[in-house]
Design a binder for this molecule. Sequence first.
Ligand code: 0L1
Ligand code: MG
Length: 262
Amino acid sequence: MALNPQTIAQLAEHLETCQLEARDTPKITNDHPDMDWDDAYAIQDAILQRKLARGARVVGLKAGLTSHAKMQQMGVTDPVFGFLVDEFVVAEGATVKTGELIHPKVEPEIAFVLKTALKGPGCHIGSVLAATDFVMPGIEVIDSRYRDFKFDLKSVVADNTSASRFVVGGQPLRVQDVDLRTVGLVLEKNGQPVALGAGAAVLGHPAAAIAALANHLGRRGQEIPAGSLILSGGATEAVSVQAGDNVTLRVQDMGSVSLIFA
Ligand code: 0L1
Ligand code: MG
């Protein structure tokens, strides 16, 4: 690691304060160009520890930047992984207050809920499907703390991969009842389709994103616990939203899920 524990704690405090106060910041690698991947995930972990110390509950995990559309949109080449806590949960059809966010965007995602734990290395699509209880539609609201969404991958990892809010809902399906590669999805904003995609946009198969997360955690001696909810990543580019917008994600055979922005 290139950063000392004090710097990691200070960067975690800085990024979490930006999240809680809806303030943007230049990317942290500007001042810490030697920061490495372990530093980036250590900062993310330190943000999680700050939240846990205040009584937060981990409610899931996320993979991000898992589609070519997202990678192209953000000018990066690799997936990233983050955590979801209870303060990010929005109920189906509920309102997200944009005043609590910096510059929100929405992403159409397939969420997985596991019935058994998954531990890498060596996880593959088959292990993920065997471990999955059901899949369901989810909208992730991302809100990078970095000014104008300008960042590099290490800065994004430290910033918990821009996680800010999410909703899941619709009709859960068992994985044997759906082909997750060809399943179609439509993201609507104010009643108009604004992004269209299919499951295969996510690393060829959304389960591959869950396998990548399990393998990433396995390298760190961790696993995805049984019962976890995991967002597999946006199947299309992210769409900006503002107060007054309503957003609906429709996924083939899985119904729809919605959010309102006020
Ligand atoms: O969930 C995501 O794909 C977001 C990853 C972080 C990059 C971004 O803010 O777009
Ligand atoms: Mg996402």
